[in-house]
Write a protein that binds this ligand. Structure first.
Ligand SMILES: [Zn+2]
Length: 225
Protein backbone atom coordinates (compact mmCIF):
# COMPACT_ATOMS: atom_id res chain seq x y z
CA UNK A 1 0.00 0.00 0.00
CA UNK A 2 1.22 3.51 -0.89
CA UNK A 3 -0.08 6.66 0.77
CA UNK A 4 -1.32 9.79 -0.98
CA UNK A 5 -2.03 12.50 1.59
CA UNK A 6 -3.29 15.09 -0.91
CA UNK A 7 -5.11 14.15 -4.11
CA UNK A 8 -7.97 15.78 -6.08
CA UNK A 9 -9.35 12.32 -6.55
CA UNK A 10 -12.82 13.34 -7.77
CA UNK A 11 -11.13 14.93 -10.82
CA UNK A 12 -9.39 11.69 -11.80
CA UNK A 13 -11.98 9.44 -13.36
CA UNK A 14 -9.98 6.35 -12.53
CA UNK A 15 -9.43 3.76 -9.81
CA UNK A 16 -6.01 3.36 -8.22
CA UNK A 17 -5.36 -0.02 -6.69
CA UNK A 18 -2.86 -0.22 -3.86
CA UNK A 19 -3.18 3.40 -2.82
CA UNK A 20 -4.64 4.88 0.35
CA UNK A 21 -5.85 8.32 -0.74
CA UNK A 22 -6.81 11.49 1.10
CA UNK A 23 -9.21 13.08 -1.38
CA UNK A 24 -9.31 16.88 -1.15
CA UNK A 25 -11.91 19.30 -2.52
CA UNK A 26 -11.80 22.90 -3.74
CA UNK A 27 -15.39 24.15 -3.74
CA UNK A 28 -18.97 23.09 -3.07
CA UNK A 29 -19.38 20.90 -6.14
CA UNK A 30 -16.05 19.06 -5.73
CA UNK A 31 -16.87 18.58 -2.02
CA UNK A 32 -20.11 16.86 -3.04
CA UNK A 33 -18.14 14.86 -5.62
CA UNK A 34 -15.59 13.79 -3.00
CA UNK A 35 -18.28 12.77 -0.50
CA UNK A 36 -19.88 10.56 -3.15
CA UNK A 37 -16.65 8.67 -3.95
CA UNK A 38 -16.98 4.93 -3.52
CA UNK A 39 -14.31 2.45 -2.58
CA UNK A 40 -11.95 1.35 0.13
CA UNK A 41 -9.01 3.33 1.41
CA UNK A 42 -10.33 6.77 0.59
CA UNK A 43 -10.48 9.58 3.15
CA UNK A 44 -12.79 12.41 2.18
CA UNK A 45 -12.08 16.11 2.65
CA UNK A 46 -14.37 19.06 2.00
CA UNK A 47 -13.34 22.69 1.62
CA UNK A 48 -13.12 25.91 -0.33
CA UNK A 49 -9.67 26.47 -1.81
CA UNK A 50 -8.10 29.95 -1.41
CA UNK A 51 -8.43 30.40 -5.20
CA UNK A 52 -12.21 30.09 -4.88
CA UNK A 53 -13.10 32.09 -1.78
CA UNK A 54 -14.50 34.99 -3.84
CA UNK A 55 -16.73 32.62 -5.82
CA UNK A 56 -18.17 30.33 -3.16
CA UNK A 57 -20.44 30.77 -0.16
CA UNK A 58 -18.87 29.30 2.95
CA UNK A 59 -22.31 28.55 4.47
CA UNK A 60 -22.83 25.89 1.79
CA UNK A 61 -19.68 23.95 2.61
CA UNK A 62 -19.36 24.21 6.42
CA UNK A 63 -22.29 21.80 7.06
CA UNK A 64 -20.52 19.15 4.94
CA UNK A 65 -17.62 18.90 7.42
CA UNK A 66 -19.66 16.64 9.64
CA UNK A 67 -19.79 13.98 6.87
CA UNK A 68 -16.10 14.34 5.97
CA UNK A 69 -12.99 12.63 7.35
CA UNK A 70 -10.93 15.84 7.23
CA UNK A 71 -11.03 19.47 6.08
CA UNK A 72 -9.14 20.46 2.93
CA UNK A 73 -7.90 21.89 0.75
CA UNK A 74 -8.09 25.16 2.65
CA UNK A 75 -5.38 27.76 3.09
CA UNK A 76 -3.88 31.06 2.02
CA UNK A 77 -2.30 31.94 -1.30
CA UNK A 78 -0.61 35.34 -1.53
CA UNK A 79 0.74 34.75 -5.01
CA UNK A 80 -1.80 33.09 -7.30
CA UNK A 81 -5.19 33.87 -5.73
CA UNK A 82 -7.09 36.90 -7.00
CA UNK A 83 -9.13 37.02 -3.79
CA UNK A 84 -8.21 39.68 -1.22
CA UNK A 85 -6.01 38.58 1.64
CA UNK A 86 -8.56 39.44 4.35
CA UNK A 87 -11.29 37.37 2.69
CA UNK A 88 -8.90 34.41 2.39
CA UNK A 89 -8.00 34.73 6.07
CA UNK A 90 -11.69 34.95 7.03
CA UNK A 91 -12.50 31.70 5.15
CA UNK A 92 -9.41 29.93 6.44
CA UNK A 93 -10.23 30.84 10.04
CA UNK A 94 -13.90 29.83 9.63
CA UNK A 95 -12.91 26.41 8.31
CA UNK A 96 -10.33 25.89 11.02
CA UNK A 97 -12.78 26.93 13.76
CA UNK A 98 -15.36 24.50 12.37
CA UNK A 99 -12.97 21.60 11.79
CA UNK A 100 -14.36 19.62 14.76
CA UNK A 101 -10.93 18.31 15.71
CA UNK A 102 -10.48 16.77 12.25
CA UNK A 103 -7.20 16.98 10.37
CA UNK A 104 -6.82 20.02 8.10
CA UNK A 105 -5.10 19.76 4.72
CA UNK A 106 -3.52 23.11 3.90
CA UNK A 107 -2.37 25.05 0.83
CA UNK A 108 0.20 27.76 1.54
CA UNK A 109 1.91 29.90 -1.07
CA UNK A 110 3.90 32.90 0.12
CA UNK A 111 1.73 32.75 3.24
CA UNK A 112 3.66 30.24 5.33
CA UNK A 113 3.98 32.30 8.51
CA UNK A 114 0.34 33.38 8.50
CA UNK A 115 -0.85 29.82 7.88
CA UNK A 116 1.22 28.42 10.72
CA UNK A 117 0.32 31.22 13.14
CA UNK A 118 -3.41 30.85 12.47
CA UNK A 119 -3.32 27.07 12.87
CA UNK A 120 -1.58 27.46 16.22
CA UNK A 121 -3.82 30.37 17.28
CA UNK A 122 -6.92 28.22 16.72
CA UNK A 123 -5.37 25.27 18.49
CA UNK A 124 -5.48 22.92 15.50
CA UNK A 125 -4.12 19.56 16.61
CA UNK A 126 -3.23 18.01 13.27
CA UNK A 127 -2.44 19.92 10.10
CA UNK A 128 -0.84 18.81 6.86
CA UNK A 129 1.00 21.56 5.00
CA UNK A 130 0.82 20.19 1.50
CA UNK A 131 3.70 20.49 -1.03
CA UNK A 132 5.50 22.71 1.47
CA UNK A 133 8.02 24.89 -0.35
CA UNK A 134 8.47 27.73 2.12
CA UNK A 135 11.47 28.69 4.21
CA UNK A 136 13.33 25.72 5.64
CA UNK A 137 13.64 27.62 8.94
CA UNK A 138 9.90 27.10 9.55
CA UNK A 139 10.25 23.31 9.50
CA UNK A 140 11.19 23.26 13.18
CA UNK A 141 8.06 25.24 14.08
CA UNK A 142 5.87 22.97 11.94
CA UNK A 143 7.36 19.95 13.67
CA UNK A 144 7.07 21.60 17.10
CA UNK A 145 3.36 22.19 16.53
CA UNK A 146 2.93 18.49 15.74
CA UNK A 147 2.12 19.12 12.08
CA UNK A 148 3.12 17.33 8.88
CA UNK A 149 4.29 18.32 5.41
CA UNK A 150 3.82 16.45 2.16
CA UNK A 151 6.47 15.85 -0.46
CA UNK A 152 5.25 15.92 -4.07
CA UNK A 153 6.95 13.98 -6.93
CA UNK A 154 8.12 17.37 -8.29
CA UNK A 155 10.81 17.14 -5.58
CA UNK A 156 13.09 15.57 -8.21
CA UNK A 157 13.31 18.86 -10.13
CA UNK A 158 11.79 21.69 -8.05
CA UNK A 159 14.76 23.15 -6.19
CA UNK A 160 12.89 24.89 -3.34
CA UNK A 161 10.92 21.70 -2.62
CA UNK A 162 14.09 19.61 -2.71
CA UNK A 163 15.62 21.84 -0.01
CA UNK A 164 12.57 21.08 2.16
CA UNK A 165 12.90 17.31 1.65
CA UNK A 166 16.58 17.56 2.60
CA UNK A 167 15.90 19.49 5.80
CA UNK A 168 12.64 18.03 7.13
CA UNK A 169 12.64 15.47 9.88
CA UNK A 170 11.46 12.12 8.41
CA UNK A 171 8.91 11.91 11.23
CA UNK A 172 6.80 14.73 9.70
CA UNK A 173 6.99 13.67 6.05
CA UNK A 174 4.05 12.33 4.04
CA UNK A 175 3.85 11.55 0.33
CA UNK A 176 1.29 13.10 -1.98
CA UNK A 177 0.49 13.39 -5.68
CA UNK A 178 -1.76 16.52 -5.82
CA UNK A 179 -3.40 14.26 -8.42
CA UNK A 180 -5.87 15.84 -10.80
CA UNK A 181 -3.81 19.03 -10.92
CA UNK A 182 -1.87 19.73 -14.12
CA UNK A 183 1.63 20.92 -13.31
CA UNK A 184 4.04 22.05 -16.03
CA UNK A 185 1.79 20.44 -18.65
CA UNK A 186 1.66 17.08 -16.90
CA UNK A 187 -1.36 15.53 -15.17
CA UNK A 188 -0.38 14.55 -11.63
CA UNK A 189 -1.51 11.10 -10.42
CA UNK A 190 -1.01 8.84 -7.38
CA UNK A 191 1.07 6.52 -9.59
CA UNK A 192 3.91 9.07 -9.41
CA UNK A 193 4.37 8.50 -5.65
CA UNK A 194 7.03 5.77 -6.12
CA UNK A 195 9.29 8.49 -7.61
CA UNK A 196 9.13 10.34 -4.28
CA UNK A 197 9.76 7.16 -2.30
CA UNK A 198 12.95 6.38 -4.25
CA UNK A 199 14.06 9.97 -3.87
CA UNK A 200 13.52 9.90 -0.08
CA UNK A 201 15.25 6.53 0.23
CA UNK A 202 18.39 7.98 -1.37
CA UNK A 203 18.16 11.14 0.71
CA UNK A 204 17.71 9.33 4.03
CA UNK A 205 20.09 6.54 3.12
CA UNK A 206 17.45 3.89 3.82
CA UNK A 207 15.95 1.12 1.73
CA UNK A 208 12.59 1.79 0.11
CA UNK A 209 10.72 -0.66 2.35
CA UNK A 210 11.85 1.25 5.44
CA UNK A 211 10.79 4.54 3.88
CA UNK A 212 7.39 3.09 2.90
CA UNK A 213 6.88 1.87 6.44
CA UNK A 214 7.81 5.28 7.88
CA UNK A 215 5.38 7.08 5.57
CA UNK A 216 2.64 4.63 6.49
CA UNK A 217 3.13 5.29 10.20
CA UNK A 218 3.14 9.06 9.60
CA UNK A 219 -0.02 8.84 7.45
CA UNK A 220 -1.87 6.89 10.13
CA UNK A 221 -0.88 9.47 12.75
CA UNK A 222 -1.83 12.36 10.46
CA UNK A 223 -5.36 11.05 9.98
CA UNK A 224 -5.85 9.42 13.39
CA UNK A 225 -6.24 5.95 11.85
ZN1 LIG B 1 -4.15 20.49 -4.23
Amino acid sequence: MLYDAHCHYSLLKKKYEGYFIAAVSMDYSSSIGTLSLKGENILKGVAIHPWNVNKEKIEKVLPLIEKADFVGEIGLDYKYSDSPKDLQIKYFEEFVKNSQGKTVNVHSVNSWNDVLNLLIKHDVKIAIIHWYSGPKELLKDIEGAGYFITINPSVTFQEKHKIIAENASPSIVLTESDGGYVYKGKLLEPTQIPITLSFLARLWNEDEETVKRRIEINFRRAFNL
